[in-house]
Design a protein around this ligand. Structure first.
Ligand SMILES: Nc1ncnc2c1ncn2[C@@H]1O[C@H](COP(=O)(O)OP(=O)(O)O)[C@@H](O)[C@H]1O
Ligand SMILES: [Mg+2]
Length: 246
């Protein structure tokens, strides 16, 4: 028997109350252990897709099935509470899930170590760099040991060096924690570097118009980005993405 998918969209349409049709007939599955990235033009419905996956929003048509017991969600903004320390921000989701205090403390400590923020536990967010703030956001989801993890352009606002470093860190977590990932980005390079599969969306109303398997083994070395195979695949995806704007 095949594993059930961690996340499945079946003929999903989404029209907002004001009549804006954001998504039309989206079919998509993410199996356990897959890292799937969606690229598409601005405004095509990518964030809508993640809101449906998270259960923050209900689809208009079709079905969305996601294992949401342990759901990670990271947004472009780190969404930290400025009055809480790093430790207290990381603890937030575990609190909401009513995990007992001693277990929570252990999970928080483990997550902070995994994102390399040991020594910064008592700092407030305004003293952290953009990259460190995103690490806090990652750690907050990590405390849940996510089975499904949603990423909405998490590193889009960071400089390239920080972004590439965090790409590597998320992949380390992916290979060590084994979640199913659904990642959104504008960057084709980032999509290819991270993923087992890349999906290209059309302009609004968004549909999946093409799917690319990414053949590279994990762990992926930084130098992969400079290989001819990487360049060829990224080029092919970029061309498809340009067509999708037409
Ligand atoms: N709450 C809303 N009400 C009406 N329209 C919305 C709402 N949220 C997003 N939209 C519209 O739906 C479309 C898709 O938005 P979004 O999913 O944010 O796109 P993306 O993340 O790909 O840029 C856009 O045209 C956007 O303006
Ligand atoms: Mg968006």
């Amino acid at each position: 028997m095949q594993h059930p998918p961690a996340l499945a969209f079946d003929r999903v349409g989404m029209t907002y109350p004001d009549g804006t049709e954001a998504l039309s007939d989206v079919n998509l599955t993410v199996a356990p252990g897959e890292f799937v990235t969606v690229v598409g033009p601005s405004g095509c419905g990518k964030s809508t897709l993640l809101r449906l996956a998270s259960g923050l929003l209900d689809q208009s048509t079709g079905s969305v099935e996601v294992d949401r017991d342990r759901l990670g969600y990271v947004f472009q903004d780190a969404t930290l509470l400025p009055w809480r320390t790093v430790r207290k921000n990381v603890e937030l989701l575990a609190e909401l899930h009513e995990i007992p205090a001693d277990e929570r403390a252990r999970l928080v400590e483990e997550a902070i170590a995994l994102v390399d923020l040991v020594g910064f536990e008592d700092h407030h967010p305004n003293r952290l760099s953009g990259g460190m703030r995103m690490r806090v956001s990652l750690a907050r989801s990590l405390t849940l040991h996510p089975t499904v993890w949603l990423f909405d352009e998490p590193f889009g606002a960071l400089d390239e060096i920080t972004r590439e470093r965090l790409n590597g860190e998320v992949l380390d977590l992916f290979t060590s924690q084994g979640f199913a990932g659904l990642f959104i980005t504008h960057s084709v390079q980032e999509a290819v570097f991270m993923s087992t599969r890349v999906l290209v969306m059309s302009a609004r109303p968004g549909r999946i118009i093409e799917e690319f398997e990414v053949p590279f083994e994990y762990p992926r070395a930084k130098a992969l980005r400079f290989s001819p195979e990487f360049g060829a695949l990224a080029g092919e995806i970029s061309r498809r993405l340009e067509d999708s704007h037409a």
